[in-house]
Design a protein around this ligand. Structure first.
Ligand SMILES: Cc1cc2nc3c(=O)[nH]c(=O)nc-3n(C[C@H](O)[C@H](O)[C@H](O)COP(=O)(O)OP(=O)(O)OC[C@H]3O[C@@H](n4cnc5c(N)ncnc54)[C@H](O)[C@@H]3O)c2cc1C
Length: 423
């Protein structure tokens, strides 16, 4: 009997999981490796960070998602390299895993544009741990502000700075504004809706640069209506424990969110191949890594252009379509180059507004928000998550309540006095 081809997929994010699901039941033996035991729906991470949803609403165990695929094996391990000459993947556990086909779908992490020292003070949100740490930081700042008698310290505690005006920054700023100014203020005695300051800093001339300018303007207006101060065309020059320096001004704050840049996983380094500025593997139009006939790179870890030569964005639909495409290549169902079908772009601003760009149709406000809700619920993995998210959103919508407002872990904050630090 002929040996079945072995397909190894590194990463069970949007791209890797889509490939694994499509290979289910096919005449191949699949191994999925991920350093986490869960698949994460990153587009809703900001809602965990702002206490609207719980972690389990947006994550599901990879093993259970693929339980019904007998030809797919799941390994909890971290890939640390590829040995192309031996057709194998090196794992942190010390093992090596042989492959006939390799799909690298390891995603991306934050980039601080060479200022890695800022990471400790301005974390981004990429994982469940990041989101729960951010939630904790925001909620502790509010708790401490409630009892702080020094006005400057109190203002610093109630100032939230988001750096980066892309979709994640816009969504985070809107959600923090609603949390701090509307949802929780009624539970506190000394914090009123107008005590809090939420600042969104974007170095470019507009928020949501990937959207048409008219939608950027509408998003900006919606943010301002929520009380967010939007500062455009200003680059951050310093990030420290308790302040951000921008345009010569030191903004005192206890909560800084980084939403300004991404850096691909080290897949290009593993293979010693060409990468773009963000470290993404520059792939051919069939998503194969140049120089290899059996290694694909997909999703956020690959740099791929469309027919017009424009770089494809780092979004979930690109990763999913690429996951499906590489399976079709492996199963010899296609020899055509990869073509991305862009169904549109959406970003939400708070609890009832969004912008949506579907090419000729452009929407903003409540109608766009409804479409955003339906799309996100539809793409969530698992019926339980969908039901839970819908119930939470309905509850939040009608009551303004944030159901996941838990502070876990010790509440001592060893940070220094922000006033002294910025002086
Ligand atoms: C906060 C946030 C909000 C976003 N909002 C949107 C949105 O609204 N719409 C949208 O379309 N996109 C959004 N994105 C982008 C979208 O999530 C990504 O484009 C998408 O996740 C890319 O899929 P991927 O499969 O390439 O990587 P990922 O989904 O990031 O998956 C990578 C997987 O690889 C695993 N992994 C990484 N390295 C290793 C290793 N060495 N060994 C083993 N496993 C490894 C990781 O654990 C992870 O499971 C958002 C991203 C973030 C962070």
């Amino acid at each position: 009997m002929a040996k079945r081809p072995r397909v190894v997929i590194v990463g069970a994010g949007f791209g890797g999981l889509e490939a694994a699901k499509r290979l289910a039941g096919k005449p191949v033996d699949v191994t999925v490796i991920d350093r986490r035991n869960h698949h994460l729906f990153q587009p809703l991470l900001y809602q965990v960070a702002t206490a609207a949803l719980s972690p389990a609403d947006i994550a599901a165990p990879i093993r259970s998602i693929l339980a019904k695929a007998p030809n797919v094996r799941v390994l909890l391990d971290t890939a640390t390299g590829v040995i192309p000459l031996a057709n194998s993947v090196r794992l942190a556990s010390g093992r090596t895993l042989p492959y006939d086909w390799l799909i690298l779908a390891t995603g991306a992490r934050h980039s601080y544009f060479g200022r890695d020292d800022w990471a400790a003070h301005a974390p981004g949100i990429k994982s469940i741990e990041d989101a729960t740490a951010m939630r904790r930081s925001v909620l502790i700042a509010l708790e401490r502000a409630e009892t702080e008698s020094d006005l400057k310290r109190r203002n610093a505690l109630l100032t939230f700075v988001v750096i980066g005006g892309g979709p994640t920054g816009v969504e985070m700023a809107g959600a923090i504004a609603e949390l701090a100014r509307q949802s929780v203020s009624r539970d506190f005695r000394s914090i009123t809706p107008h005590c809090s300051r939420v600042i969104l800093i974007e170095a470019g001339p507009r928020v949501l640069p990937a959207f048409p300018p008219e939608l950027s303007k509408r998003a900006c207006r919606a943010l301002e209506q929520l009380g967010v101060e939007v500062r455009l065309g200003e680059a951050v020059t310093e990030v420290a424990g308790h302040h951000v320096r921008v345009g010569g001004e030191a903004i005192l704050t206890h909560t800084i969110v980084w939403a300004a840049g991404v850096q691909a996983s080290p897949a290009a380094e593993w293979l010693g191949v060409r990468s773009d500025r963000s470290g993404r593997v520059v792939v051919d139009n069939d998503l194969l890594v140049p120089g290899y006939r059996d290694i694909f790179a997909i999703g956020d870890t690959a740099a791929c252009v469309n027919d017009r030569g424009d770089m494809l964005p780092g979004v979930a639909p690109v990763a999913k379509q690429q996951g499906r495409y590489v399976v079709d290549r492996i199963l010899s169902r296609t020899i055509a180059p990869f073509r991305y079908r862009d169904y549109g772009n959406m970003a939400t601003i708070g609890r009832r507004r969004a912008v949506a760009d579907f090419g000729r149709v452009r929407l903003s406000g409540f109608s766009a928000w409804l479409i955003w809700c339906v799309a996100h619920v539809f793409f969530l993995v698992g019926f339980r998550s969908r039901l839970s998210v819908v119930l939470h959103w309905a509850w939040n919508y009608f009551t303004f309540a944030r159901s996941a407002r838990l502070i876990t872990g010790p509440i001592d904050n060893p940070r220094a006095n922000p006033l002294a630090e910025a002086a």
